[in-house]
Design a protein around this ligand. Structure first.
Ligand code: 1HN
Length: 351
């Protein structure tokens, strides 16, 4: 093959005119030997995020149209896009005293995770759910939701959604809800928790129904914390149950199925005791991590970055990843793993 052959030049021009591209010029891009993500491993500092969200709280109103005062993590490898990774949206959302983020619903699935503060209720399909430190709150696909802050203090939290994934699948639908808050009551426990937050006990009403997304709207810190503490206590006494010595971990699951709490997003909490390091792993699919408490470091390949409470970490597909705890270190994480597993594209390597 020679590029100076006029017949060949004409062939390539005709490909272009006909809306065609030959494989042989692009094989390496189309089928690399291993994943070649454009996204980069990156760390955002809570000490930078929180004050900037506070300033947005002073200057930018929240209301119908914009809907949420949410400030997305933009991966430096995906310029111009509000995407933490090619599949995951992560944002800090800030709601001031007496403010309301109005009702809507969308096909994108979502959760909130609270690193600090309390005092907002998220009303999910009419069920008011208190948001407090350490809690994971779910907003499954197509559930109406609004947030209201009846207190005199602002509150900020982490939003996780599958927006980039749904966008690349052209599956996004959105609908506004009523303008008035559906239920301004402020119960300690949501109705969903009163029905479903009893370990191993399923309500008989609807027992034969398929429950594809979790009917439990809130996973409370008290439960997460005691589950992690128990694993480490058992490990210290020589029993099985922890991920590894000094490493406890839980997955947030749908109590009706044992599967991931949300259909497209995996959510987990990990606890490393001081001086524990995780092995270097690579996983197909991307993830975001947030330090819930403690200090340590994250390592991507040969690059090490120190991390502390609130810091957020984006991990692209197939990136070498490990953590080391300086103090006891609690890490919240979410990923697109359920999607890769459903498509049988998941792979992991532990070195
Ligand atoms: C949304 O509905 C929330 O409900 C947060 O808090 C972030 C980003 C894009 C579109 C909808 C929320 C969002 C969002």
């Amino acid at each position: 093959m020679t590029a100076t052959d006029p017949a060949l030049d004409r062939l390539y021009e005709d490909f272009a005119d006909a809306g065609l591209l030959p494989l042989w010029t692009q094989r390496e891009d189309l089928m690399p030997l291993t994943p070649q993500p454009a996204a980069k491993a990156h760390v955002w500092r809570w000490t930078q995020l929180y004050p900037i969200a506070e300033r947005a709280g002073e200057l930018v109103p929240v209301g119908r149209g914009g809907e949420r005062r949410a400030i997305a993590l933009a991966n430096p490898g995906l310029p111009g896009l509000p995407h933490a990774t090619p599949t995951l949206w992560a944002a800090i959302q800030y709601l001031g005293p007496r403010e309301v983020a109005p009702a809507h619903r969308h096909s994108q699935g979502a959760f909130r995770f609270v690193v600090e503060g309390e005092g907002v209720w998220t009303v999910v399909d009419g069920d008011p759910v208190a948001m407090r430190r350490g809690d994971l709150l779910l907003t499954p696909s197509w559930a109406f939701h609004e947030h209201h802050n009846p207190t005199d203090k602002p509150m900020a939290w982490l939003d996780g959604l599958d927006i980039p994934l749904v966008s690349s699948l052209d599956a996004g639908f959105f609908e506004f809800g009523p303008d008035a808050v559906a239920d301004t009551s402020t119960p300690d426990k949501s109705r969903g928790e009163r029905l479903w937050a009893h370990p191993g006990l399923r309500p008989l009403a609807g027992i034969d129904d398929e429950v594809a997304v979790s009917p439990l709207p809130a996973y409370r810190w008290q439960h997460t914390d005691s589950a992690l503490a128990a694993q480490l206590e058992l490990a210290a006494a020589g029993h099985a149950g922890a991920v590894a010595p000094g490493h406890a971990g839980i997955r947030f699951t749908n109590p009706a199925t044992g599967r991931d709490a949300l259909t497209s997003l995996r959510t987990e909490m990990h606890r490393l005791t001081a001086d524990t390091a995780t092995p270097v792993t690579r996983t197909v699919g991307s993830s975001v991590w947030q330090v819930f408490s403690g200090e340590g470091e994250v390592r991507f390949g040969q690059r090490t970055v120190e991390i502390a409470t609130g810091d957020l970490v984006a991990v692209p597909s197939w990136e070498e990843l490990s953590f080391r705890a300086y103090t006891d270190l609690d890490l919240f994480t979410f990923s697109d793993a359920p999607v890769y597993e459903a498509l049988r594209l998941h792979r992991s390597q532990i070195s």
